[in-house]
Design a protein around this ligand. Sequence first.
Ligand SMILES: Cc1ncc(COP(=O)(O)O)c(C=O)c1O
Length: 418
Amino acid sequence: MKLSKSAESITTSPILIIAAEINKKIQQGEKVFNLTVGDFNSQIYPIPDRLTELTIDAYKQHETNYPGAFGIDQLRQAIIDLLKDYCDIDVAMSEVQVASGSRPLIYSFYKTIVDPGDKVIFPVPSWNNDYYTEMHSAEAVIVETSPETNFFPTAESLRPVIQDAVLLSLCSPQNPTGTILDKQQLIDICDLVVEENKRRSVDEKPLYVMFDQVYWLLTFGNSNFHHPLAVCPDIKPYAVFIDGISKSLAGTGVRVGWATGPASIMAPMRAFIAHIGAWAPKPEQIATGLFLAEKAPVNQFLTDFRAQLQGRLDGFYQGFMALKEKGYDVDAIAPQAAIYLSIRLNLKGKKTVDGKLLKTDEDVHQYLLNDVGIGVLPFSWFGADSHADWYRISVGTSTQVQVDEIMNLLELSLQKLN
Ligand SMILES: Cc1ncc(COP(=O)(O)O)c(C=O)c1O
């Protein structure tokens, strides 16, 4: 039966398909280390206890009716205070929009800016911009990146493609690479967008920028997050920032996200969110607002959480460096942020013990998953075909002890290839 054009073209993310395949294997009793998901094992990484308590309290107080279109005031004020405390930027209440996680905000921002046929620029590897572009019948303008720039675009690589685009979508700290945009690069890109908008006439749609910052509170070592408004205030009329508790408070299933940006953009986004009914649940909004306002438990949670994530990421990174020293053709980028590590596995052309030739990154993925029991995601699944020997690993489901176990298993599997 005939469906809409959108329904006929929409596809499920291969990442979700693999996640389901791995879960099935695990349920069937197979031992698989699932490094594929951008999610947490909540038994290993629970949300803060205090947030759980506050959520239960809100339910007990029967705070269960519609939450209001903006999101509750107390949560929006707590978000404003968080941004002031951590980034020293000023945001007004009318510039904050809450929704059920970050995705409805990304979708509604695209919906607010992008018409069919419009050009949307995003660097690859990139998380989900291909789907959002497709859902808006827009034209994807893909900018290739390289490990030398931590898989970020530079102002120079963007300059030739910005002239007739309406949206530049950036994510830092970045999924899938676990890297963070360098401060000067960020300034240069913001300056380029401001300059381009000065060139456009008032009748033209400006070039807007989406900064997806859902991992900004998860940075490690010397990697510092810089809020674009702090380093380039002139970007403000054109920029929308996506955020939420899914990653920073390990609350992927709690569904509280927010966007900040010009009130004139938040207003239509709010209308889209309201029509879809993608409000964050009211008890979760109340609890998140109260929790963020308490500040001390937030800092405590983040300190512990970052230490755990960094321990795993460092463990994997050192494991890869040790393999590299032993002469294996592998590499990795030192952990900077988020829950991901970019790893390089040059296994194409190798043969498995049962004679299978590994021709593509898909073959490598299948070999590691089915013959070794380790799930990793090729960068080509994030649109980066030209970096098909790079993969994302996520530490959201691993314990520290498992890191060594996984690296030993990987080394054995590399030894068996010829
Ligand atoms: C960069 C990025 N943005 C947004 C999201 C979605 O977040 P949420 O669960 O809040 O919808 C993810 C989830 O993986 C992500 O990696």
